[in-house]
Design a protein around this ligand. Sequence first.
Ligand code: CTP
Ligand code: MG
Length: 231
Amino acid sequence: MYLLIPAAGSGRRMGSDRNKLLLPLLGKPLLAWTLLAARESKSIRWVGLVGQPVDFPDFKEIINAVGMSKMVHLIPGGSTRQESVYLGLQNLPVVAERVLIHDGARCLVTPGLLDRCVEAIQTCPGLIAAIPVKDTIKIVDSTSHLVSQTPARENLWAAQTPQAFVVEELMRCHTQGRADNLEVTDDAALFEHYGQPVKIVEGEETNLKITTPLDLAIAEFILRQRLNKTL
Ligand code: CTP
Ligand code: MG
């Protein structure tokens, strides 16, 4: 399986002056933990790491330190996640039929979840890892700040990555999305917009996206627990 890792962000909400994926988490850069999960996956053979060229020297060091046995290709990213994934797709080998996309910032993903998504994408055109939401979610008017709706919680799932797709279909959706000036925060949103079915694979509660300093502290706690268990 081919894996694309969007890692070309800047980490604005982390309040850091550089890509948050280079910040340390329990003695390793955040991105190293994501790559370790990819390394341990049984089904991933090829990794495309999409980043800003200014970060490539650090990325190369991390790839070496992790000891990646599979091929890792560095691909220059864009100014939005959508653009970075689009550029990643352009750089997939032509023989790639299916692709897994996993955010570098979800560094607590397990190899098991990656492999479950790889297995599930063999029988459907698109899927996302997602978990049922625990909070009651409100839809709020952005100007009046009044609640306009409370959707039933049993219908609400929080989207994660990995997300997986048939390459030809996803490329078509990305190309059409660019032509239509559609701006989305995940690839499944493009797929859905153009009428393609997206299946849910049960995600993991610990598979959080490191966005703010609090997430970093929670991630450290989760990793310590995991490491203690394996001692
Ligand atoms: N990403 C990317 N290219 C961009 C922006 C984001 O590849 N131009 C990647 C990030 O590196 C991250 C994933 O998409 O792995 C999810 O994005 P997010 O958590 O929003 O990361 P940042 O964009 O770096 O953070 P922020 O939005 O706070 O600036
Ligand atoms: Mg972002």
